[in-house]
Design a binder for this molecule. Structure first.
Ligand code: NAD
Length: 363
């Protein structure tokens, strides 16, 4: 398993952005003799079309044997009418669940070159650098019982269950405190402890784990306030940790502070040293096949993968620098385009990153 990387291009723009990200990955693999072995498999809609299932056994087996997985995106309107259990997203959820990828790291960082791309005032967002840690395999998205039934009054009723066990809360707390320790040592735990018992337990356990991290300043915030603070004064946050559903919503809001979801990578880790890396955005069916998608989030996911799974922070920094350099050159895909910059295609953006990376490595 130690050096296996599984590539899952997925659907929509997935194969287009993945093609650019793997060029970068292959380049650093060769240049630094990292010894990574690559394999590829089907997931999501592409897997449904080929095999009838969003997560074929062969893909799951390869995923279990991989040290790291690089995923494009899954989903698209052509699969939206399928039974819920067979939708493309089930491929993604299945990998998360089977590999127990419980810790989702989503950085929301604003490149100074893109300060104008945010809908918020530049002074509110410039220099923004937040890390959102979202619990990914528990909470209401997975809690049982769930379903839609006819209740005792003969009325249809839908229900889900929000539950977290103490070990689930402890392990995500440790990831979040460790992350805060490596950054500005400020951790904000987001819950709804005024209403939901499960988050009263969450808060209690965070207070307990905090005793192991005396150098980290822990604060708590209700999720409604956190949503407000994220758009009012986002720079007050360093590391934010929360459960699955709140994290899903808040991380998308944080993503938009940066102007484009096309710029944001993410990592999902388990406690066996495996990780899945993917851009925060979806499969963008509206621009799929048009060579318009921004590949930078996927390229930055490669950097996260090298940093968190392969302990190659210096190589990760080279890739991040190359991305910053192409932004300095004024190159922009449509999603981050602004007056005065040069609009480029997906492949042109990939070419530019490779060129910038080569220049950095030759210095
Ligand atoms: P989306 O992120 O795919 O697209 C939202 C908007 O952002 C679209 O206008 C799209 O063109 C644009 N966009 C997204 N990524 C871009 C990129 N790299 N470059 C340029 N523009 C980009 O979200 P959606 O439209 O809500 O969902 C589309 C499909 O993706 C759905 O089937 C959904 O279920 C799926 N989805 C998958 C994932 C995933 O695979 N992790 C995540 C979210 C949504």
């Amino acid at each position: 398993m130690s050096n296996n990387v599984l590539i899952l291009p997925g659907d929509g723009i997935g194969p287009e952005i993945m093609a650019q990200a793997t060029r970068v990955l292959n380049h650093v693999n060769e240049h630094f003799s990292l010894g990574l072995n690559f394999d590829e498999a089907l997931v999501g809609g592409a897997a449904i079309d080929a095999t009838g299932h969003p997560l074929p056994d062969e893909t799951l087996e390869k995923a279990k044997n991989a040290k790291a997985i690089l995923l494009g995106a899954v989903g698209g309107p052509q699969w939206d009418t399928l039974d819920m259990a067979l939708r493309p997203e089930k491929g993604l959820l299945g990998i998360r669940k089977n590999l127990s990828l419980f810790a989702n790291l989503r950085p929301a960082m604003l490149y100074p070159q893109l300060a104008d791309a945010s809908t918020l005032k530049p002074e509110v967002v410039s220099g923004l650098d937040i890390m959102i840690v979202r619990e990914l395999t528990g909470g209401i998205y997975f809690g049982q019982p769930r379903g839609v039934e006819i209740n005792s009054e003969g009325v249809r009723e839908g229900f889900n269950t929000y539950r977290y066990s103490e070990p689930e809360i402890r392990r995500i707390a440790h990831v979040a405190f460790d992350m805060a320790q490596k950054r500005d040592k400020k951790l904000c735990s987001v819950d709804k402890a005024n209403v939901l018992e499960v988050t009263v337990l969450w808060r209690e356990i965070f207070e307990d784990v905090a005793k192991d991290y005396p150098d980290v300043e822990l604060s708590h915030m209700y999720v409604d306030n956190a949503a407000m603070q994220l758009v009012r004064a986002p720079k007050q946050f360093d590391v934010v940790v929360t459960g699955n559903m709140f994290g899903d919503i808040l991380s998308d809001a944080a993503a938009m502070l940066t102007g484009s979801i096309g710029m944001l990578p993410s990592a999902s880790l388990n406690d066996k040293g495996q990780g899945m890396y993917e851009p925060c955005h979806g499969s963008a069916p509206d621009i799929a096949g048009e060579n318009k998608a921004n590949p930078l989030a996927t390229i930055l996911s490669v950097a996260m993968m090298l940093r968190y799974n392969f302990n190659q922070s210096a190589v990760a920094e080279n890739i991040e620098q190359a991305v910053s350099d192409v932004l300095d050159q004024g190159l922009r895909t449509g999603d981050i385009f602004s007056e005065g910059s040069t609009q480029v295609t997906t492949t042109e953006m990939g070419d530019a990153v490779l060129k910038a990376l080569t220049a950095i490595l030759e210095k």
